[in-house]
Design a protein around this ligand. Structure first.
Ligand code: ATP
Ligand code: MG
Length: 250
C-alpha cells in the first residue's frame, strides 16, 4: 500500500519558488496498476521521485508499505524498482549480463539467485542475442529492455516507471506492455506515468491525473468512464484539465 498524504513539494530556484505538487493525497492498494497522467511540467516525475524516496516533501508525507519515505527510505528502496524516463542507469562499458549482475549485487542477491533471475529476464525480454555485448552502441529499444530488466532484477513488489515507452518503437512498447500485464498477474503494484492514453487504457485499473501540481482525479478507470459517460480517455483528460479541481473531493 502506498499512501500519499497531503504532499506539497516546492523547489526553490534562485528567487523563484516552484510548487511542483500542491496538497496531493491518494492511496494505491496492493496489486493496483495506476496510470499517472498530466501535461508536461504537471508534477508526475516529482511525485514518482518522492514515492521513490528521492525527494523530501516540503509538506505532508508518503508511506510505502507502512514505511515513511523520509525516515525509513532504506527499507523502501529494497521493495521498489524505479525507472525514470531518459535515465537508464546503465554502464556503457559493461555488457547486459554484467550490468544485471551489478544491480543484483546492490540488492545482495546470491550468485545462484542472480543467474536464475538473469535467465528469466533474458527470456522475458528476448535479450539472448545481446546478453554478452557491451551496452555502448545499443539501440534505444535494446537499452530500454536492459533498463527495465535491471529495474526488476530484485523482484520488487512495487514498481515505478516514468514514461517507460517514450521513444520506443512498437515492438519495444509491446514488450513493456506485455511485461506490465505479467507483473500485474503476479500481484505487483505499479505506477507509471505516460502521455499515451491508449497505453493507460490498456494496462491500468486506476488513473491519477495531475494538473499544475494538483490532483484533479484519482480513482478506478472504469468508474471514471462511467462517470464521464465516455471511454475516450483523451477527451476525459482534456475536460478534467479544463474543470481543474473544481468539485473534486479528495
Ligand atoms: N529539481 C528541480 N528543481 C527545480 N524545479 C524542478 C525540479 N524538478 C522539477 N521541477 C519543476 O517542477 C515542476 C514539475 O516538474 P515534473 O518534472 O515533475 O513534471 P512532469 O509532469 O514530469 O513533466 P513531463 O511530462 O515534462 O516529464 C516543473 O515546473 C519543473 O520545472
Ligand atoms: Mg516527467
Amino acid at each position: 500500500m502506498i499512501e500519499i498524504k497531503n504532499v506539497t513539494k516546492r523547489f526553490q530556484d534562485k528567487k523563484v519558488s516552484v510548487t511542483a505538487l500542491n496538497h496531493v493525497s491518494f492511496k494505491v492498494g496492493e496489486g493496483e496498476v495506476v496510470g499517472l497522467l498530466g501535461e508536461n511540467g504537471a508534477g508526475k516525475t516529482t511525485l514518482l521521485r518522492s514515492i521513490a524516496t528521492l525527494h523530501t516533501p516540503t509538506e505532508g508525507e508518503i508511506n510505502v508499505g507502512g514505511y515513511d519515505t523520509v525516515k525509513q527510505s532504506e527499507k523502501i528502496k529494497r521493495r521498489i524498482g524505479v525507472l525514470f524516463g531518459g535515465e537508464t542507469g546503465l554502464y556503457n562499458r559493461l555488457t547486459t549480463r554484467e550490468n544485471l549482475e551489478y544491480f543484483a549485487s546492490l540488492y545482495h542477491l546470491s550468485k545462484h539467485e542472480t543467474k536464475v533471475r538473469i535467465d528469466e529476464l533474458t527470456k522475458m525480454f528476448g535479450m539472448r542475442d545481446f546478453l554478452d555485448r557491451k551496452v555502448d552502441g545499443f539501440s534505444k529499444g535494446m537499452r530500454q529492455k536492459v533498463a527495465i530488466a535491471r529495474t526488476i532484477i530484485h523482484d520488487p513488489d512495487i514498481i515505478l516507471f516514468d514514461e517507460p515507452t517514450t521513444g520506443l518503437d512498437i515492438t519495444a512498447s509491446n514488450v513493456f506492455r506485455q511485461l506490465v500485464q505479467e507483473l500485474k498477474q503476479e500481484g505487483k503494484t505499479i505506477i507509471f506515468s505516460s502521455h499515451i492514453m491508449e497505453e493507460v487504457d490498456l494496462l491500468c485499473d486506476h488513473v491519477a491525473m495531475i494538473h499544475k501540481g494538483e490532483l484533479v482525479y484519482h480513482g478506478e478507470k472504469e468508474a471514471l468512464y462511467r462517470e464521464e459517460n465516455s471511454r475516450d480517455l483523451n477527451y476525459i483528460f482534456m475536460s478534467k484539465l479544463v474543470r481543474g479541481t473544481e468539485g473534486y473531493a479528495i
